[in-house]
Design a protein around this ligand. Structure first.
Ligand code: AMP
Ligand code: ZN
Ligand code: FE
Ligand code: FE
Length: 280
């Protein structure tokens, strides 16, 4: 059993359609794949139809943009009701925050002699429900300002970089509550990548566990081997489910983020799906 619990389609900042992603997951030999677009469930129906067609188990998920003490934290949610009103309202707020920062971001690029219009970015984001910096990066590539997304992020768009603009994220504790109350389970994505380690301490993870957090993503390309070992030990101590995943974005991220690059053990998936959904 090969299980990949974190991937992105072009409904957010991946480059494959949901159906293409599912087909590629089957071709890559995966038995279970989760679609976890940023802040949107827009790809679920198309992905489910493709999964039924090619014979792979789809887990319907999301990666929610949250904030904790001024640090961005990504929360994976699985199996919740996509029509749940309080959750939808919060996702709408996040999606609006993504769009609202665009004028300021483009103004900062213009100051650096890289003028782009909102339409240039929309031409790249296509039918994505969640716009993001990767689409701005694609517009920069199309205009000939940079060679690829990587260069755009490395020189301009990185956190606190020259063209960076903060955006709204749901308070982390509130997001865990919303997923639980919508009948789903949540897993902190790449908790100790970038600045996550500053805020996601053992104490905080323990508090989240008490609130219903089901697991932590341990095996992720942005975690080094020693970080994975330490986080795995903490997860076992806290009785949190250990997941592993690719964070695949199609051609939007390097080849090391290929489908199945990291996987989740079948018994861990079973524990995740068995988690009591309320007050776990
Ligand atoms: P945003 O959602 O607008 O805050 O942009 C963050 C997104 O950009 C995340 O989904 C990352 O996966 C993606 N990202 C971050 N760094 C890079 C990079 N160097 N190349 C491509 N995508 C990146
Ligand atoms: Zn992404
Ligand atoms: Fe993420
Ligand atoms: Fe992701």
């Amino acid at each position: 059993m090969r299980i990949d619990l974190h991937t992105h389609s072009n409904r957010s900042d991946g480059t494959d359609s949901p159906a293409e992603l599912v087909e590629k997951a089957r071709a890559a030999g995966l038995d279970v794949v989760a679609l976890t677009d940023h802040d949107s469930t827009a790809g679920w129906d198309e992905a489910q139809a493709a999964a039924d067609r090619v014979g792979i188990t789809l887990l319907r998920g999301i990666e929610i943009s949250t904030m904790l003490d001024g640090v961005s934290v990504h929360l994976l949610g699985y199996g919740f009701d996509p029509e749940d009103a309080p959750l939808l309202a919060e996702l709408d707020r996040i999606l609006r925050g993504r769009d609202d920062r665009l004028p300021q971001l483009l103004a900062q690029l213009a100051e650096h002699d890289m003028p782009l219009t909102q339409d240039d970015v929309i031409a790249q984001s296509g039918n994505a429900a969640a716009s993001g910096r990767p689409h701005v990066a694609d517009a920069m590539v199309a205009a000939g300002y940079v060679a690829d997304r990587d260069e755009a992020f490395r020189d301009w768009l990185y956190d606190d970089g020259p063209a960076y603009v903060e955006r709204y994220g749901a308070p982390l504790l509130e997001a865990v509550d919303l997923v639980r109350e919508a009948g789903g389970v949540s897993v902190v994505a790449h908790p100790w990548a970038r600045r996550g380690r500053q805020v996601l301490t053992a104490e905080l993870l323990s508090e989240l566990r008490a609130r219903g957090l089901a697991g932590v993503e341990v095996d992720h390309n942005n975690h080094s081997a020693p970080v994975r070992a330490e986080l795995r030990e903490l997860a076992v101590d806290l009785d949190l489910v250990v997941t592993g995943s690719s964070d695949y974005h199609g051609t939007g991220k390097g080849p090391e983020f290929h489908l199945g690059a990291n996987t989740t053990a079948p018994e861990e998936l079973e524990r995740l799906l068995d988690r009591p959904r309320f007050g776990a």
